[in-house]
Design a protein around this ligand. Sequence first.
Ligand SMILES: Cc1ncc(C[n+]2csc(CCOP(=O)(O)OP(=O)(O)O)c2C)c(N)n1
Ligand SMILES: [Mg+2]
Length: 325
Amino acid sequence: MPQDTGPATEPGTEPATEPGTPADAPKSVPVGTASGTGLGKREWLRLEAKADQLRRLTLDTTYWAGAGHIGGGMSVLDILTVIYHKHLNYKLDDPVWPDRDRVILSKGHAGIAYAPLLCDLGWNDPALLKTFNLTNSPMGMHLDAAKVVGVDASTGSLGHGLPIAAGTALAARVQGKDWWVYCVTGDGELNEGSCWEAFMAIAHYQLDHVITIVDRNKFMIDGATEEVMALGALADKLRAFGLNVIEAPGHSLPDLSAAIDAAKSHAGQPTAIIADTVKGAGIDFMEGDYVWHYGALDEAMHKRAQASLERYYGARRARAEAEGV
Ligand SMILES: Cc1ncc(C[n+]2csc(CCOP(=O)(O)OP(=O)(O)O)c2C)c(N)n1
Ligand SMILES: [Mg+2]
Protein backbone atom coordinates (compact mmCIF):
# COMPACT_ATOMS: atom_id res chain seq x y z
CA MET A 1 0.00 0.00 0.00
CA PRO A 2 1.22 3.51 -0.65
CA GLN A 3 2.31 5.73 2.24
CA ASP A 4 -0.01 8.49 3.44
CA THR A 5 -2.40 8.35 0.54
CA GLY A 6 -4.86 5.50 -0.03
CA PRO A 7 -4.72 3.02 -2.86
CA ALA A 8 -4.62 4.58 -6.32
CA THR A 9 -8.02 3.34 -7.25
CA GLU A 10 -10.72 2.47 -4.77
CA PRO A 11 -13.28 -0.27 -5.26
CA GLY A 12 -16.25 0.49 -7.35
CA THR A 13 -14.39 -0.13 -10.57
CA GLU A 14 -16.20 -3.42 -11.08
CA PRO A 15 -17.90 -3.75 -14.44
CA ALA A 16 -21.61 -3.08 -14.47
CA THR A 17 -22.24 -6.48 -16.03
CA GLU A 18 -23.52 -9.16 -13.70
CA PRO A 19 -20.87 -11.72 -12.93
CA GLY A 20 -21.26 -15.33 -13.93
CA THR A 21 -21.71 -18.17 -11.49
CA PRO A 22 -18.86 -20.23 -10.08
CA ALA A 23 -19.94 -23.07 -12.33
CA ASP A 24 -19.04 -20.93 -15.33
CA ALA A 25 -15.56 -20.33 -14.10
CA PRO A 26 -12.46 -21.20 -16.05
CA LYS A 27 -10.46 -23.96 -14.42
CA SER A 28 -7.99 -21.62 -12.78
CA VAL A 29 -10.34 -20.68 -9.96
CA PRO A 30 -8.76 -22.18 -6.85
CA VAL A 31 -10.91 -24.74 -5.12
CA GLY A 32 -10.79 -25.55 -1.43
CA THR A 33 -7.69 -23.52 -0.74
CA ALA A 34 -9.15 -20.62 1.16
CA SER A 35 -7.39 -19.76 4.33
CA GLY A 36 -9.32 -16.55 4.64
CA THR A 37 -6.67 -15.47 7.10
CA GLY A 38 -4.67 -13.14 4.89
CA LEU A 39 -7.37 -10.58 4.14
CA GLY A 40 -10.64 -9.35 5.52
CA LYS A 41 -13.63 -9.75 3.21
CA ARG A 42 -13.84 -6.06 2.30
CA GLU A 43 -10.18 -5.88 1.43
CA TRP A 44 -10.36 -9.17 -0.45
CA LEU A 45 -13.17 -7.77 -2.60
CA ARG A 46 -11.26 -4.54 -3.12
CA LEU A 47 -8.24 -6.49 -4.37
CA GLU A 48 -10.41 -8.73 -6.55
CA ALA A 49 -11.77 -5.61 -8.26
CA LYS A 50 -8.28 -4.29 -8.78
CA ALA A 51 -6.96 -7.60 -10.15
CA ASP A 52 -9.93 -7.78 -12.50
CA GLN A 53 -9.35 -4.26 -13.75
CA LEU A 54 -5.67 -5.05 -14.38
CA ARG A 55 -6.41 -8.35 -16.16
CA ARG A 56 -8.76 -6.50 -18.51
CA LEU A 57 -6.19 -3.80 -19.17
CA THR A 58 -3.52 -6.43 -19.83
CA LEU A 59 -5.80 -8.14 -22.32
CA ASP A 60 -6.56 -4.82 -24.03
CA THR A 61 -2.88 -3.89 -24.11
CA THR A 62 -2.12 -7.18 -25.85
CA TYR A 63 -4.84 -6.43 -28.36
CA TRP A 64 -3.60 -2.89 -28.99
CA ALA A 65 0.02 -4.04 -29.28
CA GLY A 66 -0.93 -6.69 -31.80
CA ALA A 67 0.63 -9.43 -29.68
CA GLY A 68 2.30 -10.00 -26.35
CA HIS A 69 3.28 -12.35 -23.53
CA ILE A 70 -0.25 -12.71 -22.30
CA GLY A 71 0.09 -16.19 -20.75
CA GLY A 72 2.71 -15.19 -18.19
CA GLY A 73 1.09 -11.77 -17.84
CA MET A 74 -2.14 -13.33 -16.66
CA SER A 75 -0.44 -15.80 -14.35
CA VAL A 76 1.50 -13.09 -12.50
CA LEU A 77 -1.21 -10.47 -12.09
CA ASP A 78 -2.58 -11.61 -8.75
CA ILE A 79 0.95 -11.67 -7.37
CA LEU A 80 1.61 -8.11 -8.57
CA THR A 81 -1.79 -6.93 -7.31
CA VAL A 82 -1.17 -8.25 -3.80
CA ILE A 83 2.33 -6.79 -3.72
CA TYR A 84 1.34 -3.30 -4.89
CA HIS A 85 -2.11 -2.96 -3.42
CA LYS A 86 -1.58 -4.63 -0.08
CA HIS A 87 2.04 -4.93 0.99
CA LEU A 88 4.36 -2.53 -0.78
CA ASN A 89 5.58 0.57 1.02
CA TYR A 90 5.75 3.46 -1.45
CA LYS A 91 4.56 7.00 -2.00
CA LEU A 92 2.15 7.60 -4.83
CA ASP A 93 3.32 11.17 -5.21
CA ASP A 94 7.02 10.26 -5.16
CA PRO A 95 7.72 7.09 -7.13
CA VAL A 96 11.48 7.41 -6.54
CA TRP A 97 11.21 7.95 -2.79
CA PRO A 98 14.57 6.54 -1.63
CA ASP A 99 13.12 4.51 1.24
CA ARG A 100 10.49 2.75 -0.84
CA ASP A 101 10.29 -1.02 -1.08
CA ARG A 102 11.68 -2.32 -4.36
CA VAL A 103 10.07 -4.61 -6.91
CA ILE A 104 12.08 -6.47 -9.49
CA LEU A 105 10.03 -8.20 -12.13
CA SER A 106 12.68 -10.68 -13.15
CA LYS A 107 10.35 -12.29 -15.68
CA GLY A 108 10.51 -9.05 -17.61
CA HIS A 109 8.45 -10.34 -20.53
CA ALA A 110 5.45 -9.83 -18.24
CA GLY A 111 5.85 -6.11 -18.85
CA ILE A 112 2.54 -6.33 -20.68
CA ALA A 113 0.89 -6.89 -17.26
CA TYR A 114 3.23 -4.61 -15.31
CA ALA A 115 2.75 -1.57 -17.57
CA PRO A 116 -1.02 -1.41 -16.92
CA LEU A 117 -0.37 -1.55 -13.17
CA LEU A 118 2.21 1.25 -13.35
CA CYS A 119 -0.16 3.37 -15.43
CA ASP A 120 -3.07 2.69 -13.10
CA LEU A 121 -1.00 3.99 -10.19
CA GLY A 122 -0.79 7.28 -12.07
CA TRP A 123 2.94 7.08 -12.64
CA ASN A 124 2.66 6.79 -16.42
CA ASP A 125 0.04 8.06 -18.83
CA PRO A 126 -2.52 5.28 -19.44
CA ALA A 127 -2.69 6.45 -23.08
CA LEU A 128 0.78 4.95 -23.47
CA LEU A 129 -0.73 1.47 -23.23
CA LYS A 130 -2.15 2.00 -26.71
CA THR A 131 1.42 2.45 -27.95
CA PHE A 132 2.85 -0.54 -26.06
CA ASN A 133 5.74 -2.06 -28.01
CA LEU A 134 5.07 0.13 -31.04
CA THR A 135 7.90 2.06 -32.70
CA ASN A 136 9.06 5.10 -30.70
CA SER A 137 6.95 4.23 -27.64
CA PRO A 138 8.74 4.54 -24.30
CA MET A 139 7.03 1.29 -23.39
CA GLY A 140 8.80 -1.59 -25.04
CA MET A 141 7.85 -5.22 -24.60
CA HIS A 142 10.34 -5.36 -21.73
CA LEU A 143 10.06 -2.25 -19.58
CA ASP A 144 13.04 0.09 -19.42
CA ALA A 145 13.66 1.59 -15.97
CA ALA A 146 14.97 4.74 -17.64
CA LYS A 147 11.72 5.28 -19.55
CA VAL A 148 8.88 3.85 -17.47
CA VAL A 149 8.23 5.40 -14.06
CA GLY A 150 8.12 2.87 -11.24
CA VAL A 151 10.38 0.23 -12.76
CA ASP A 152 13.22 -0.47 -10.34
CA ALA A 153 15.27 -2.63 -12.72
CA SER A 154 15.25 -3.13 -16.48
CA THR A 155 14.68 -6.82 -17.08
CA GLY A 156 13.83 -9.11 -19.96
CA SER A 157 16.96 -11.13 -20.26
CA LEU A 158 15.99 -13.88 -17.86
CA GLY A 159 18.07 -14.75 -14.82
CA HIS A 160 19.11 -11.23 -13.85
CA GLY A 161 16.42 -10.18 -11.39
CA LEU A 162 17.56 -12.31 -8.46
CA PRO A 163 21.18 -11.11 -8.64
CA ILE A 164 19.88 -7.53 -8.78
CA ALA A 165 17.62 -8.26 -5.80
CA ALA A 166 20.58 -9.59 -3.83
CA GLY A 167 22.60 -6.46 -4.63
CA THR A 168 19.67 -4.19 -3.79
CA ALA A 169 19.23 -5.85 -0.39
CA LEU A 170 22.96 -5.63 0.30
CA ALA A 171 22.82 -1.93 -0.60
CA ALA A 172 20.02 -1.48 1.93
CA ARG A 173 22.10 -3.19 4.58
CA VAL A 174 25.13 -1.01 3.86
CA GLN A 175 22.97 2.12 4.04
CA GLY A 176 21.14 0.98 7.17
CA LYS A 177 17.79 0.92 5.35
CA ASP A 178 15.02 -1.58 5.92
CA TRP A 179 13.24 -1.64 2.60
CA TRP A 180 11.87 -4.94 1.30
CA VAL A 181 12.87 -6.28 -2.08
CA TYR A 182 10.25 -8.31 -3.93
CA CYS A 183 11.66 -10.35 -6.78
CA VAL A 184 9.16 -12.07 -9.07
CA THR A 185 10.56 -14.82 -11.26
CA GLY A 186 9.18 -17.27 -13.76
CA ASP A 187 9.54 -21.00 -13.21
CA GLY A 188 11.13 -21.65 -16.60
CA GLU A 189 13.42 -18.76 -15.76
CA LEU A 190 14.92 -20.86 -12.99
CA ASN A 191 16.71 -22.81 -15.72
CA GLU A 192 19.18 -19.94 -15.64
CA GLY A 193 22.13 -20.80 -13.42
CA SER A 194 22.45 -17.17 -12.33
CA CYS A 195 19.22 -17.59 -10.33
CA TRP A 196 20.84 -20.29 -8.24
CA GLU A 197 24.03 -18.29 -7.75
CA ALA A 198 21.81 -15.50 -6.48
CA PHE A 199 19.90 -17.83 -4.16
CA MET A 200 23.23 -18.91 -2.69
CA ALA A 201 24.22 -15.28 -2.12
CA ILE A 202 20.81 -14.33 -0.73
CA ALA A 203 21.01 -17.23 1.73
CA HIS A 204 24.69 -16.76 2.53
CA TYR A 205 24.26 -13.11 3.43
CA GLN A 206 20.96 -13.87 5.19
CA LEU A 207 19.18 -11.27 3.09
CA ASP A 208 15.88 -11.82 4.83
CA HIS A 209 14.37 -8.69 3.26
CA VAL A 210 14.41 -10.32 -0.17
CA ILE A 211 11.10 -12.03 -0.85
CA THR A 212 11.29 -14.16 -3.96
CA ILE A 213 8.00 -15.10 -5.55
CA VAL A 214 8.16 -17.80 -8.19
CA ASP A 215 5.28 -17.70 -10.67
CA ARG A 216 4.95 -21.48 -10.82
CA ASN A 217 2.67 -21.74 -13.84
CA LYS A 218 4.32 -24.99 -14.96
CA PHE A 219 4.98 -23.79 -18.51
CA MET A 220 7.72 -21.87 -20.25
CA ILE A 221 8.10 -20.66 -23.82
CA ASP A 222 8.09 -23.99 -25.58
CA GLY A 223 6.33 -26.45 -23.34
CA ALA A 224 5.89 -27.74 -19.81
CA THR A 225 8.75 -26.96 -17.45
CA GLU A 226 8.90 -30.60 -16.40
CA GLU A 227 9.38 -31.72 -20.00
CA VAL A 228 11.73 -29.00 -21.21
CA MET A 229 13.99 -28.84 -18.14
CA ALA A 230 12.47 -30.38 -15.04
CA LEU A 231 12.50 -28.35 -11.86
CA GLY A 232 11.47 -31.46 -9.95
CA ALA A 233 11.20 -30.96 -6.20
CA LEU A 234 11.56 -27.20 -6.44
CA ALA A 235 10.64 -26.50 -2.82
CA ASP A 236 13.24 -29.00 -1.59
CA LYS A 237 15.87 -27.51 -3.90
CA LEU A 238 15.22 -24.01 -2.60
CA ARG A 239 15.36 -25.28 0.99
CA ALA A 240 18.65 -26.99 0.21
CA PHE A 241 19.94 -23.63 -1.01
CA GLY A 242 19.13 -22.18 2.42
CA LEU A 243 15.78 -20.51 1.83
CA ASN A 244 12.61 -20.61 3.86
CA VAL A 245 9.95 -21.88 1.43
CA ILE A 246 6.23 -21.20 1.43
CA GLU A 247 3.92 -22.76 -1.13
CA ALA A 248 0.73 -20.86 -1.89
CA PRO A 249 -2.12 -20.98 -4.40
CA GLY A 250 -1.13 -18.18 -6.72
CA HIS A 251 -4.61 -16.98 -7.66
CA SER A 252 -5.95 -16.83 -4.13
CA LEU A 253 -5.45 -13.30 -2.90
CA PRO A 254 -5.83 -14.11 0.84
CA ASP A 255 -3.37 -16.98 0.57
CA LEU A 256 -0.85 -14.88 -1.35
CA SER A 257 -1.19 -12.09 1.17
CA ALA A 258 -0.80 -14.49 4.09
CA ALA A 259 2.31 -15.95 2.46
CA ILE A 260 3.89 -12.49 2.21
CA ASP A 261 2.97 -11.79 5.85
CA ALA A 262 4.64 -15.07 6.82
CA ALA A 263 7.74 -14.22 4.77
CA LYS A 264 8.00 -10.84 6.48
CA SER A 265 7.73 -12.29 9.94
CA HIS A 266 10.33 -14.98 9.25
CA ALA A 267 13.38 -13.06 10.42
CA GLY A 268 16.94 -14.12 9.79
CA GLN A 269 16.32 -16.27 6.71
CA PRO A 270 15.15 -15.18 3.26
CA THR A 271 11.90 -16.62 1.96
CA ALA A 272 10.86 -17.90 -1.43
CA ILE A 273 7.15 -18.18 -2.09
CA ILE A 274 6.23 -20.71 -4.74
CA ALA A 275 2.95 -19.42 -6.12
CA ASP A 276 0.99 -22.16 -7.85
CA THR A 277 -0.48 -20.36 -10.85
CA VAL A 278 -2.12 -21.05 -14.20
CA LYS A 279 -0.58 -19.72 -17.37
CA GLY A 280 -3.21 -17.56 -19.07
CA ALA A 281 -5.34 -17.50 -15.90
CA GLY A 282 -8.87 -16.29 -16.48
CA ILE A 283 -8.93 -16.67 -20.26
CA ASP A 284 -10.35 -20.12 -20.76
CA PHE A 285 -8.90 -20.81 -24.20
CA MET A 286 -5.42 -19.81 -23.05
CA GLU A 287 -5.24 -21.52 -19.67
CA GLY A 288 -2.46 -24.06 -19.43
CA ASP A 289 -1.66 -23.83 -23.15
CA TYR A 290 1.95 -22.83 -23.62
CA VAL A 291 1.18 -21.69 -27.18
CA TRP A 292 -0.25 -18.60 -25.48
CA HIS A 293 3.10 -17.78 -23.92
CA TYR A 294 3.16 -15.11 -26.62
CA GLY A 295 0.18 -14.58 -28.83
CA ALA A 296 -1.86 -12.30 -31.02
CA LEU A 297 -5.59 -11.66 -30.72
CA ASP A 298 -8.03 -10.73 -33.41
CA GLU A 299 -11.23 -8.91 -32.56
CA ALA A 300 -13.28 -12.07 -32.07
CA MET A 301 -10.68 -13.58 -29.75
CA HIS A 302 -10.48 -10.33 -27.84
CA LYS A 303 -14.22 -10.46 -27.26
CA ARG A 304 -14.12 -14.12 -26.22
CA ALA A 305 -11.31 -13.34 -23.81
CA GLN A 306 -13.23 -10.40 -22.33
CA ALA A 307 -16.26 -12.64 -21.76
CA SER A 308 -14.08 -15.25 -20.10
CA LEU A 309 -12.52 -12.66 -17.79
CA GLU A 310 -15.99 -11.50 -16.82
CA ARG A 311 -16.98 -15.03 -15.80
CA TYR A 312 -13.68 -15.49 -14.02
CA TYR A 313 -14.15 -12.33 -12.00
CA GLY A 314 -17.71 -13.30 -11.18
CA ALA A 315 -16.59 -16.65 -9.83
CA ARG A 316 -13.78 -15.12 -7.84
CA ARG A 317 -16.00 -12.46 -6.38
CA ALA A 318 -18.57 -15.10 -5.43
CA ARG A 319 -15.85 -17.01 -3.61
CA ALA A 320 -14.76 -13.90 -1.72
CA GLU A 321 -18.37 -13.18 -0.78
CA ALA A 322 -18.91 -16.74 0.42
CA GLU A 323 -15.62 -17.37 2.20
CA GLY A 324 -14.47 -13.93 3.27
CA VAL A 325 -14.91 -12.88 6.85
C1 LIG B 1 18.28 -15.15 -21.16
C2 LIG B 1 17.00 -15.33 -21.92
N1 LIG B 1 16.85 -16.42 -22.69
C3 LIG B 1 15.70 -16.60 -23.38
C4 LIG B 1 14.69 -15.66 -23.32
C5 LIG B 1 13.42 -15.85 -24.15
N2 LIG B 1 12.31 -16.16 -23.27
C6 LIG B 1 11.39 -15.22 -22.95
S1 LIG B 1 10.20 -15.80 -21.92
C7 LIG B 1 10.89 -17.34 -21.92
C8 LIG B 1 10.29 -18.45 -21.12
C9 LIG B 1 10.27 -18.16 -19.68
O1 LIG B 1 9.50 -19.09 -18.99
P1 LIG B 1 8.91 -18.71 -17.60
O2 LIG B 1 9.97 -18.16 -16.76
O3 LIG B 1 8.24 -19.93 -17.07
O4 LIG B 1 7.91 -17.55 -17.96
P2 LIG B 1 6.32 -17.49 -17.77
O5 LIG B 1 5.77 -18.87 -17.87
O6 LIG B 1 6.09 -16.92 -16.42
O7 LIG B 1 5.84 -16.59 -18.85
C10 LIG B 1 12.03 -17.38 -22.70
C11 LIG B 1 12.87 -18.59 -22.89
C12 LIG B 1 14.92 -14.51 -22.53
N3 LIG B 1 13.99 -13.56 -22.41
N4 LIG B 1 16.07 -14.38 -21.82
MG1 LIG C 1 6.37 -20.38 -16.48
